[in-house]
Write a protein that binds this ligand. Structure first.
Ligand code: NAD
Length: 315
């Protein structure tokens, strides 16, 4: 009889608020059999692993431990959350120099032990770090990508769902571009159960939707949370779990992850989010959805904002 192999191994680099919350979400879902936490503050990673491990009697067996880059060997996915987070009043782009340096130090070591893993960049500014990671590693575009606007898209769907009074899972609408201030809501293709949003709104006798107000609430959500509790971590943790799930289960789910964009919407050589098929190969295919001229122009502007920061970062 052939003994079946163990499940998936996920390494999380950075066991801070985002990394440890992602570990909790992944562990609770039973998605991985091995979960390695790596942090420059080894005691912190150990403490988080011990705390998570204490849930052993209530979850699917999961080997959670603190480790080194070497311990990441054979990981299917590396989730990169190491780095400073936004302080009140800071933008994501303000974090660039600190976090680019952390990435430049860590990535070559990870690549030594995990050349075949899929790399999911989460630390901010996520689009810039994804670009830097691609350039440093030379890995193919499907293998390194960022969490991008997966979280923003969830926020957008929740807002639209609230307006329509329906389950957010029945809303299809995307935030594209930068995970940050220049992000772009795509209203023109937003629908509820296949019914264009405007039509659904009339059908239900709703008052006209206030697009600007919804877009503002989505793009400022992180600032509002950071002002109140200092950081955001639960919803990004669930977003990370969702991305890992579609990779490990080869689901071909469409998610607005961030990755290299070339020759679409007039954009060249920039990392930003577009709806993409995510599978066991990683970010397998970028979907060029139809947009209005204004939406395309806003997307190009977002790319321009990112390219300037990428240049400032020396890439
Ligand atoms: P945090 O300060 O709580 O944790 C960061 C951790 O990284 C710390 O434990 C620190 O010791 C560790 N670290 C620093 N340098 C390291 C290195 N060289 N090697 C290993 N570990 C190292 O911060 P956080 O709230 O967990 O946020 C982490 C990152 O995630 C930030 O950049 C934040 O902006 C980003 N974030 C992204 C999203 C998103 O949607 N992409 C959402 C929320 C937060």
């Amino acid at each position: 009889m052939v003994k079946l192999s163990k499940g998936a191994k996920i390494a999380i680099i950075g066991a801070g608020l985002v990394g440890s919350s992602a570990a909790f979400s992944i562990m609770s879902s039973g998605l991985a059999s091995d979960l390695v936490l790596v942090d420059i503050n080894r005691a912190k990673a150990e403490g988080e692993a011990m705390d998570l491990g204490d849930a052993a009697a209530f979850i699917k067996p999961t080997n959670v431990y603190a480790g080194s880059f070497e311990d990441c060997q054979d990981s299917n996915i590396i989730v990169f959350t190491a780095g400073a987070n936004q302080k009140p009043g800071e933008t994501r782009l303000d974090l660039v120099h600190k976090n680019v340096n952390i990435l430049k130090e860590s990535l070559p070591q990870l690549l030594k032990y995990c050349p075949n893993a899929i790399y999911l960049i989460v630390a901010n500014p996520v689009d810039v770090l994804t670009y830097v990671a691609l350039k440093i590693s030379g890995l193919p575009f499907n293998q390194i990508f960022g969490s991008g606007t997966v979280l923003d898209t969830s926020r957008f769907r929740a807002e639209v769902a609230d307006y329509c009074n329906v389950d957010p899972r029945n809303v299809h609408a995307y935030i594209v571009g930068e995970h940050g201030d220049s992000e772009v809501p795509i209203w023109s293709t937003a629908d509820v159960a296949g019914i264009p949003l405007e039509q659904f709104s009339k059908l239900r006798g709703l008052k006209p939707i206030c697009r600007n107000e919804i877009a503002r609430r989505v793009s400022t959500a992180a600032y509002e949370i950071i002002q109140r509790k200092g950081a955001t971590y639960y919803a990004i943790a669930v977003s990370i779990k969702r991305i890992c799930e579609t990779i490990l289960r080869d689901e071909n789910s469409i998610l607005t992850v961030s990755g290299m964009v070339n020759d679409v919407y007039g954009i060249q050589d920039c990392c930003l989010s577009l709806p993409s098929i995510v599978s066991g190969f990683g970010r397998e295919k970028v979907l060029t959805i139809s947009m209005t001229e204004e939406e395309e122009a806003a997307l190009r502007n977002s790319a321009q904002v990112l390219k300037e920061v990428i240049k400032q970062a020396g890439f």
